[in-house]
Design a protein around this ligand. Structure first.
Ligand code: HEM
Ligand SMILES: *[C@@H]1O[C@H](CO)[C@@H](O)[C@H](O)[C@H]1NC(C)=O
Ligand SMILES: *[C@@H]1O[C@H](CO)[C@@H](O)[C@H](O)[C@H]1NC(C)=O
Ligand SMILES: *[C@@H]1O[C@H](CO)[C@@H](O)[C@H](O)[C@H]1NC(C)=O
Ligand SMILES: *[C@@H]1O[C@H](CO)[C@@H](O)[C@H](O)[C@H]1NC(C)=O
Ligand SMILES: *[C@@H]1O[C@H](CO)[C@@H](O)[C@H](O)[C@H]1NC(C)=O
Length: 320
């Protein structure tokens, strides 16, 4: 209590930046905010079952670059190539949906609700749609950044060809641990990946025209029917074949059968500790509990609060 009062006093004096995210930050300033975001997200998901994958990945990319500050949503300008245009093969999508949700929220409560919070909530609500209940808690009170630089996306987003050491470093730099890495990779139970991001595993793993030995043979044969050459940059395949719009823990079943799509997925099995975690996540209840906790940690990375940053009027441009 005392600490809270001191913090607020410090905030009042402008000494500190206001600190932490809170449950239902907009309860007084815009009580309808979370409901508007939920119902809008649900409408969009019912029209497009691929949307949950797009939104949760966008939230991940946002948080890993400059913290969860909606920097991923900013458009490039004449002078600056933004994160979202980093490289075409990052292939993010769903920007239009966030913009549409933002307009609905602005119509009720102008200048109150940040784009960073909208993205965090929409990602949660999109994934939760199939369950008809919120699958993890999203704290709010994030504010929006004003800077978005493509090179920072390249430097901070882990690549699909990373080994475990590189993946751990990438997560560690964001204050996330090995457990978070194994748990959050489970998001690859939904969505798709482009052939060129894994076809070296099919056709030229070590540069000798070989196949990745850590990839199941019949799965590799199946993938070769989809991705017919190293130069295919347009075809996509489901990361969890047959249930790529169903959010569950089937990722870990695939992984155990050597059917992780990317090297970064297979890498989770290259250390005893992470391989054991992946086995424990075969328990569905365990997975959902852990996933919620790791999402909460991810959603807290480098957040701007208090008077830092701004509340953007439109999510794709900074306020003028
Ligand atoms: C651990 C490091 C990670 C790596 C190396 C990685 C890499 C990738 C790559 C290369 C793709 C395919 C992109 C494309 O071809 O269009 C992808 C898709 C995806 N990733 Fe990850 N990812 C990682 C972690 C995460 C995390 C933490 C989340 C969310 C919590 C996530 C959620 C997704 C989703 C949902 C898709 C499918 C997107 C779609 O269908 O358009 N990934 N990831
Ligand atoms: C941002 O870019 C997108 C895609 O090019 C475009 O549809 C949108 O209108 C732009 N936003 C603004 C505010 O100009
Ligand atoms: C873009 O760069 C030009 C020339 O350097 C400068 O005059 C202009 O103010 C810049 N615009 C923005 C939006 O930074
Ligand atoms: C992504 O695309 C860029 C060029 O747009 C290319 O240089 C790079 O190698 C590609 N990365 C992957 C992982 O395919
Ligand atoms: C992981 O990749 C890095 C960079 O390529 C390399 O230096 C390191 O030796 C690799 N680690 C393992 C365990 O393969
Ligand atoms: C396979 O990789 C090697 C070494 O990087 C390269 O010289 C060769 O051209 C590649 N093969 C194909 C078919 O791209």
């Amino acid at each position: 209590m005392k600490i809270g009062i001191l913090l607020c006093f410090a905030l009042f004096l402008g000494v500190c930046q206001g600190g932490r995210l809170r449950n239902n930050f907009y309860r007084n300033s815009c009580p309808q905010a979370e409901n508007i975001i939920k119902s809008q997200t649900q409408q969009h998901v019912s029209a497009n079952p691929n949307l949950p994958a797009k939104l949760i990945r966008m939230h991940f990319h946002d948080c890993f670059v400059r913290g969860c500050d909606a920097s991923v949503l900013l458009n490039s300008t004449a002078n600056n190539t933004a994160e979202r245009d980093a490289i075409p093969n990052l292939s993010l999508a769903g920007f239009d949906v966030i913009d549409a949700i933002k307009s609905e929220v602005e119509a009720k409560c102008p200048n109150i609700v940040s784009c960073a919070d909208i993205l965090a909530l929409a990602a949660r609500d999109a994934v939760s749609f199939q369950f008809n209940k919120p699958m993890w808690q999203v704290l709010t009170g994030r504010r929006d950044g004003t800077v978005s630089i493509s090179s920072e996306a390249l430097a901070n987003i882990p690549a699909p060809f990373f080994n475990l050491t590189q993946l751990r470093q990438s997560f560690d730099r964001k204050g996330l641990g090995l457990k978070d890495l194994v748990v959050l990779s489970g998001a690859h139970t939904i969505g798709v990946g482009h052939c060129n991001l894994f076809s070296n595993r099919l056709y030229n793993y070590t540069g000798k025209g070989d196949q990745d030995p850590s990839l199941d043979d019949s799965y590799a044969a199946f993938l070769k029917t989809k991705c017919q050459s190293l130069s295919d940059t347009t075809t996509t395949v489901e990361m969890d074949p047959g249930s790529s719009t169903n959010f569950d823990n089937h990722y870990y079943t695939n992984l155990r059968q050597k059917r992780g799509l990317f090297q970064s997925d297979a890498a989770l099995l290259t250390l005893r500790a992470s391989a054991n975690m992946a086995l424990e996540l075969l328990d569905s209840a365990e997975f959902f509990t852990e996933f919620g906790q790791s999402m909460k940690r991810m959603g807290n990375i480098g957040v701007l609060t208090g008077s830092a940053g701004e509340i953007r009027n439109k999510c794709s441009v900074v306020n003028s």
